[in-house]
Write a protein that binds this ligand. Structure first.
Ligand SMILES: Nc1ncnc2c1ncn2[C@@H]1O[C@H](COP(=O)(O)OP(=O)(O)OP(=O)(O)O)[C@@H](O)[C@H]1O
Length: 214
């Protein structure tokens, strides 16, 4: 099934970021976007995940065009189908890891899976407050929180920036098995070429275009 289809996407802020961007993601597919800092990777991810309306172009998610969707429809779609892992993970800082997971669990009516916490090696720290966790543990907690919702499409913006390569690869393993098991897809934004290469397709934002490099 086609999870994401984007065509002719263009956007600018103080300067033109990109134009003519076409991209599609099917279920069971992982796609990476690389590019130098400031090239617009996060902005593109925000557009493809409905958080930002592009200057022009069309985004279709699960067969539904974003143009015709009401605000309420957009919120529903985001809550039920999309899982967005942000660079600054927006965990509820005054709460424990377990409480953060519980929020995702209640909103989605899905259980918190102990094997997910084991795979991410955070099962022994989930009862600590977020502020007591290391940067890498917070990052893995935010991955767990998003996967707990059981999204069809995972958007991950540098989800392993605070992790050593071995742990980062374990997180990629987890994404791989998740998308296989749940007919899902992954869109990864990263600086790490080694991680990008773990995806089936790799694109580079360069000279205002999205160019396929693998
Ligand atoms: N909301 C905004 N308002 C104005 N300018 C913005 C906004 N968001 C991003 N920009 C600008 O757009 C450009 C691209 O930013 P973006 O975060 O998309 O790049 P990036 O490739 O993800 O960078 P990095 O790899 O450093 O995270 C930057 O110059 C940034 O300042």
């Amino acid at each position: 099934m086609k999870l994401l289809e984007a065509s002719g996407i263009a956007h600018h802020f103080d300067y033109p970021l990109f134009s003519g961007v076409d991209l599609s993601i099917d279920s069971h597919e992982s796609v990476a976007i690389i590019g130098v800092s400031g090239s617009g990777k996060s902005t593109l991810l925000h557009i493809l995940s409905t958080l930002l309306t592009p200057d022009s172009g069309e985004v279709t998610l699960m067969g539904e065009s974003m143009e015709g969707l009401s605000n309420r429809g957009l919120v529903e779609l985001r809550r039920k189908q999309l899982g967005i892992i942000f660079q600054s993970h927006y965990l509820f800082k005054g709460f424990t890891g377990a409480e953060n997971l519980e929020v995702a669990s209640i909103l989605s009516n899905e259980p918190v899976e102990p094997e997910l916490l084991r795979a991410l090696k955070i099962e022994h720290v989930v009862n600590q407050k977020v502020t007591e966790l290391s940067g890498g543990q917070q990052q893995r907690l935010s991955v767990a929180r998003v996967l707990t919702k059981k999204p069809r499409l995972i958007y991950a913006d540098e989800p392993t920036g605070n992790l050593d390569l071995e742990t980062a690869c374990e997180v990629m393993d987890l994404f791989d098995s998740y998308i296989a098991k749940h007919d899902a897809g992954l869109l990864l934004v990263t600086h790490e070429l080694q991680l990008a290469d773990r995806c089936q397709r790799v694109y580079k934002l360069e000279e205002h275009q999205l160019v396929r490099v693998k």
